[in-house]
Design a protein around this ligand. Sequence first.
Ligand SMILES: [Zn+2]
Length: 419
Amino acid sequence: MREKADSDLVRRQNRLLLMEALRQHGAMARVEMGRHTGLSPASITSISSQLIADGILEEDTAPHVPSEGSHRRGRPTTQIDFNPKNANVVAVKVSIDGLELALADGRGAILARRTSRTATYDADPTAFGKLVADEITALLAKARVPARRVARVGIAVQGVADSQAGTVVWSPAFRTRNIAVSSVVEERLGIPCRVANDANMIAEGLIGSDRAGYGGTAAVVFMGYGVGMGLIINGQVYHGPTGAAAEFGHMNHLPDGPLCRCGRRGCVEAYVADYSLLRWASGNAATQPPSFNAIPEAHMLALEAAAHRGEAAAVSAYAKAGEALGFGLARIIAILTPSRIVLAGPGTRAMALIAPHLNRALEAGVVDELRRNVAIEVVPIDTDMIIKGTIDRALRHVDREIFAHGPPLKRGRELENIA
Ligand SMILES: [Zn+2]
């Protein structure tokens, strides 16, 4: 009995290892699978055959295009990849001005999208889970995909998400706290659902698109409608026990500073986010509560232009932002010594205005010996990286929780039995 349990565990681990290699590197031949996983050719043959028989992977015999100096001229190579029809996942991005949804196939390709401009902040919070479920239903109807074909729903929110409890603990998109989401979606659609922080999902998306570049320890900072951080430790996004780790935006910069959307004073976000920059430039940072509306891009472009023209109020807003960001990052460097700090999001458009102040604060905030090994870079990403990261993470959950155990349709049958 014990031996059976052990061999089942090894089988699951090896299936997962092989799927993980495919998620990281894309379609590959069996020989490459051996290289990436360290498994023997016999194991690769047996595991891949089983995964193909289960409908999770598929073979694709494409003519081999020889690379320069390759000895295998034009010989066809059997590539193995995920069967895109093995399962679907849905990603939902919740932001202050509405919902964005995407349906993806088993390879992560987006099949359909839907946008809803419901301002979540004014929506009835008790109805929010139902709203998400209804939007997913509409997306699936448009794509003609039945709910039972969807293996996971991933929801990314601004603010603090508790993935264990399935709640939005706090978000600028809502007036109240601890809003149940996962349980409502699961009850209404019968699909397992997880909530996560949107900056963590950007980090997931970046890892998915450049495994080698994010193999070590890195901090990804999102600057824009809010300030978020995704912390990558040893190539994995660190979510913490509840999923709320690395709330850099709500780390205190200065006690008794300007009010933040989270309700506290002096957070990094209260200096760096778009609403904070506008408030600094207006001269009312000390007294004015934070705006809870989405800031139009045109307002930020106008502020940037004013700062580039040398208008003092605008210049000082970016100086404050650079300083808050620099001292905050100095603390991150002192604690974690990441090899990379990646700045991303629409806020980085103003990097030329922010950088001198950021650098001065970094120099003042952390000793040279710790600072000099950190590369600080601006990576141009669009906010679609949140959707991409949410899809990647949902697919990895499917690999671990369903495909490692057996064929994909099992859950579908179970659900049909329930229904
Ligand atoms: Zn805050």
